[in-house]
Design a binder for this molecule. Structure first.
Ligand code: SF4
Ligand code: SF4
Length: 104
């Protein structure tokens, strides 16, 4: 192999020989279920903006007050950090803890 030539590799994927740690079963990813009380929402979008896992998007629907509540777009990504629950000024979101998920 000539090291002076540029290598044409796709660096976005892990290499084929990526090793799996022997103790990986010991480590789990926390997981939660998101519950939204639609009628309490005032559409501030804090939950959408600050969820580190981008679990929410703005919904096209309206609640009875005329606000767009968030909708859950990828529930499996929720890591039960409860930031959305803490940040919502209307107490319109709560999280219940689920079984942790395997890393791989
Ligand atoms: S608990 Fe954390 S990861 Fe889950 S939806 Fe709320 S902010 Fe996102
Ligand atoms: S943070 Fe609460 S009030 Fe604001 S959009 Fe999300 S659910 Fe609605």
């Amino acid at each position: 192999m000539n090291l002076s030539e540029p290598q044409n590799k796709d660096i976005s994927k892990p290499p084929d020989y990526w090793r799996k740690p022997l103790d990986i079963e010991k480590y789990k990813i926390p997981h939660g279920t998101v519950h939204i009380i639609i009628e309490r929402c005032k559409g501030c979008e804090f939950c959408i903006e600050f969820c580190p896992q981008k679990v929410f998007e703005v919904s096209d629907e309206f609640n009875s007050k005329g606000y767009h509540p968030p909708k859950i777009v990828c529930h499996d990504k929720c890591v039960n950090c409860k930031l959305c629950e803490l940040i919502c000024p209307e107490f319109a979101i709560y999280i219940t803890e689920d079984e942790p998920m395997n890393i791989i």
